[in-house]
Design a binder for this molecule. Structure first.
Ligand code: FE2
Length: 424
């Protein structure tokens, strides 16, 4: 297949992409094709092509469970964990039920141009039903999506009975990434131990690490410095991710200044979840109310990798969501005061290349020789993509069109307007 007249993300001009055997064979400046071309041609008329969106942080075992057995009334993270804990006891799901919910969410994300997903799965459950379901889904959906699984001890490595053993068993079962939740452990000391345990297991099994880190408005929650320091000492930074880090939004500037030097040295990745954390954080504030978002702009300015994710689709922690990362970008830019021109035109880095770096993806970018994986948006420039969140016209996977969307068409019936209005 040959894609003609493509506007490549971050690049000027129009381009033709020739695809062969699932790979990008050539990328050349756009020019009329000779009549002898013996391949299917898709003229996209200047529309914007990007590498597929990357969802770096979602909880597929939780999706579409909001309201069962009850709604999270306070909107806090801690009531969310309580609701989930109650659900584990009161709602008996089969593996097929869990897979069915996860698949619905993956289809939502697929429709919105996502081809790479990192999901956390609660392993503080001795039945491992959620983990087994995700391991099966990962294999079944591989032709359409790449899924990484984080063994996530939702109720703590030490706060939950034998959490450390369950975590190690999950890695033996096939989880790709080690998780932790230090701010949920009983004490600061247990939190520090949990971070060290996660890194130790990752080192032992050759896995990546993704820690739910300081997801709280407590300015004294400082596990991020432990994650960064320990990763630095082990030389593991590029395989380590700190997710949420919302307490950083409450740190004093003197401490943040000192911390940033370590973060840069450690070379770890950050995942910010703007929609979920705008919803969850600030719940104990009256006024002024904190935004509860990590320092995205400041991290990026310090050349530290940050990406955006969704976290939830209708679960005890967040009642809304439809899998669309473009909406996360729009909300995130507002919440992080990132509405300068360059912030806007480079914003989709946050859901493409920055996410790919976090997940350590190979052959990700649109480049000759790489897999022919990309999406086409219904816009001709980066600025309007952020402004309008256009439809994903095509999602192409290894050279094949996997998703195709016909954009909605609106007709203005001029006869009901005044003459002057209809002429303008
Ligand atoms: Fe999360």
């Amino acid at each position: 297949m040959i894609i003609t007249n493509a506007k490549l993300y971050g690049k000027k001009g129009l381009w033709n992409l020739s695809l062969r055997e699932g790979k990008i064979f050539s990328i050349t400046p756009s020019q009329p094709l000779s009549n002898q071309v013996n391949a299917a041609i898709l003229d996209i008329h200047g529309k914007l092509i990007l590498p597929p969106f990357v969802e770096p942080h979602i909880h597929l075992d939780y999706v579409l469970t909001a309201g069962t057995p009850r709604w999270n009334q306070s909107g806090t993270l801690f009531e969310g964990i309580q609701c989930w804990s109650e659900r584990k006891v009161s709602v008996k799901e089969t593996k097929a039920d869990i897979k069915n919910r996860a698949l619905q969410a993956l289809k939502m994300q697929m429709k919105h141009g996502v081809q790479h997903v990192r999901t956390h799965v609660d392993i503080t459950d001795p039945s491992f039903l959620g983990l087994e379901a995700m391991l099966e889904i990962k294999e079944e959906i591989r032709p359409w999506m790449d899924v990484q699984i984080v063994a996530f001890p939702q109720e703590g490595i030490y706060a939950y009975p034998k959490g450390d053993e369950l975590l190690e068993e999950s890695l033996n079962m096939g989880a790709d990434v080690v998780g932790a939740i230090p701010h949920y452990e009983f004490t600061r000391e247990d939190g520090v131990l949990s971070v060290k345990k996660a890194l130790e297991l990752a080192y032992k099994y050759g896995k990546m690490v993704d820690i739910h880190c300081d997801e709280i408005d407590d300015e004294q929650s400082r596990f991020l410095e432990v994650v960064a320091a320990e990763s630095y000492k082990l030389g593991m930074g590029e395989h380590v991710t700190a997710s949420h880090t919302t307490a950083m939004g409450s740190y004093n500037n003197a401490y943040a200044y000192k911390l940033f030097k370590l973060l840069k040295q450690a070379n770890i990745h950050f995942v910010s979840l703007p929609k979920a954390n705008l919803h969850l954080q600030g719940r104990f504030d009256t006024f002024p109310k904190r935004r509860g978002i990590t320092r995205v702009k400041e991290l990026l300015d310090a050349d530290i990798n940050v990406c955006f994710g969704l976290d939830s689709i209708m679960d005890p922690w967040y009642p809304l969501g439809d899998g669309n990362l473009q909406r996360v970008v729009e909300v995130g830019l507002h919440a992080c005061h990132m509405t300068g021109y360059e912030d806007i035109t480079s914003a989709y880095d946050l859901i493409t290349i920055n996410g790919a770096k976090t997940l350590n993806l190979q052959q990700y970018e649109i480049k000759e020789g790489n897999k022919a994986n990309f999406i086409v948006l219904d816009t001709d420039n980066e600025y309007d993509a952020v402004r309008c969140q256009p439809s994903v016209l095509y999602s192409v996977r290894e050279g094949k069109i996997m998703v195709e969307t016909k954009p909605a068409e609106t007709q203005m019936h001029a006869s009901i307007f005044s003459k002057q209005f209809s002429e303008n």
